[in-house]
Design a protein around this ligand. Structure first.
Ligand code: EPZ
Length: 430
């Protein structure tokens, strides 16, 4: 009986048993590019964002800015944006559904127009991901916040400074607040903020635009300006793509040099990778050599807000640990449902026990190629990694999840010796 399967989007065919060798360049950070692109809404001057990865999420951010009335032009790794003619302050449902980070338009639109109407981002497969902290901040800053028909309507009369403490650490919540307060010509203080490198990259852009921002620990002092200027800024390297490529090198017992890396953004990841058996040499100049070393001890990983171990590297580490000897434990403290890749890895022979926010990974000698589903961005990356080292062929479906956050990952891995074929969407496979 031919079991043909219809795919709703591209699939990957991954041949296992390769050893990656060579040099690969890491792209600019997705999660820095997005808030920085939205910062261009705060000025009527032209801005140039450089080292921007070619990703679905970046395309969606460009599309949203154009829908709002901005001129957006992609030239190679640069995006040139002029928001002078932006008139609309509404971010519609269809764009938010495709990219929940569109919620980052709320702070800039409120700062620019005194009002914003943004569709509520739903949850996604890794969790409910509410934006209550974003709305609590805007309300505390004196805005009127009304949620109706799936939209958040925010309106502020006289802008004033605010002292606000986040109840929990939120990356885009912090970014939304900083984007808005950069337009408020009074002293403000934010406490319990996120300090991910991507947040700091946004702060550096807002300072170039003319906002005064000081970060002390998890506190930000902000004095904004009503005349923010255009800017030129090169986005920091993507520490999660770098970590993903490092895991690929270790998993395949390869020898890979990554270029364009910022090791100081990756301390927790480099530490855990070394513990998990990686041999990492910082060659300087943004170049890092990664090989397989010797495993030291069963691993315990708890995801934490930066500078702790990033939740966006959790799935990739699970792929690595599923073929490392001994029992490892992963505790996912950030998102309530970020272990779906475990069930797909189990289809490949991984031995993993999921209990609530803990996953117990019992290393096996070999994974076997299988047909698996991508459920979210980093889960799909972990399945590609597992496919590289599995026996036989792995078919990974719904690769659009991967395309949201990785720039041509299969091309980068194939340039290192991998054998990954992209099957066009709606392909019939036996
Ligand atoms: C950012 O998402 C990143 N996305 C995520 O990367 C990343 O996983 C996450 O930060 C954590 O580091 C972008 O920067 C575009 P949070 P964000 O607000 O800001 C809860 C990827 O793989 N929370 O820091 O949405 C929330 O539910 C993506 O590139 C509230 O309860 O994450 C979560 O459990 C995935 N209320 C925790 O806080 C709020 O108002 C952290 O969320 C906000 C958040």
């Amino acid at each position: 009986m031919m079991n043909t399967t219809l795919y709703s989007s591209d699939a990957f065919l991954v041949e296992g048993g390769v050893r990656l060798r060579g040099t690969v360049r890491v792209s600019g950070a997705k999660n820095a590019s997005l808030p920085i692109m939205f910062a261009t809404l705060l000025t009527k001057e032209e801005s140039v964002v450089e080292n921007v990865p070619q990703l679905l999420d970046v395309e969606n951010a460009s599309r949203l800015l154009s829908m709002l009335g901005a001129q957006v032009e992609r030239c190679g790794d640069k995006v040139v944006i002029n928001s002078e003619r932006v008139k609309s302050f509404e971010t519609p449902k269809e764009i938010v559904r495709r990219m929940r980070a569109s919620v980052l338009s709320m702070g800039p639109l409120l700062g620019r127009f005194g009002r914003a109407r943004v569709a509520l981002p739903g949850g996604c497969s890794i969790g409910a991901r509410p934006i209550d902290q974003h709305l609590k901040f805007f309300a505390s800053a004196g805005a009127e916040v009304r949620v109706r028909d799936g939209y958040v309507n925010v309106e502020v009369g006289r802008k004033r400074g605010v002292r606000f403490r986040f109840d929990l650490i939120t990356v885009t919540g912090t970014e939304n607040a900083l984007l808005y307060l950069s337009t408020v010509e009074e002293e403000s203080c934010l406490e319990n903020i996120a300090i991910e490198p991507e947040v700091i990259d946004l702060v550096n852009v807002l300072k170039k635009m003319g906002a005064h921002i000081e970060i002390e620990g998890r506190k930000a002092l902000v004095y904004g300006s009503s005349e923010l200027k255009g800017f030129v800024h090169s986005v920091i390297p993507d520490r999660i793509e770098a970590g993903t490529l490092m895991v690929a090198a270790v998993l395949t017992d390869g020898d890979v040099i990554l270029e364009g890396v910022e090791p100081k953004h990756m301390k927790a990841v480099l530490e855990k990778l070394s513990e998990a058996g990686a041999r990492i040499d910082n060659l300087g100049g943004g170049r890092v050599r990664v090989r397989k070393g010797s495993r030291t001890s069963p691993l315990e990983i708890t995801t934490r807000e930066y500078p702790g171990f990033p939740t966006d590297m959790q799935a990739q580490m699970m792929a690595l640990l599923s073929v490392a000897e001994g029992r490892s434990v992963i505790y996912e403290s950030i998102f309530e449902n970020r272990f779906q890749h475990a069930y797909e890895l189990m289809k490949m022979g991984a031995k993993i026990e999921v209990r609530g926010r803990s996953a117990f990974v019992y290393g096996v000698d070999k994974l076997k190629g299988a047909e698996v589903n991508s459920t979210d961005l980093r889960a799909s990356a972990s399945l590609v990694l597992a496919g590289l080292v599995a026996e036989g062929t792995t078919i990974i479906k719904d690769i659009y999840h991967l395309d949201r956050g990785y720039e041509r990952l299969e091309k980068k891995l194939n340039s290192l010796g991998a054998s990954i074929e992209r099957l066009p969407s709606v392909a019939q496979l036996t």
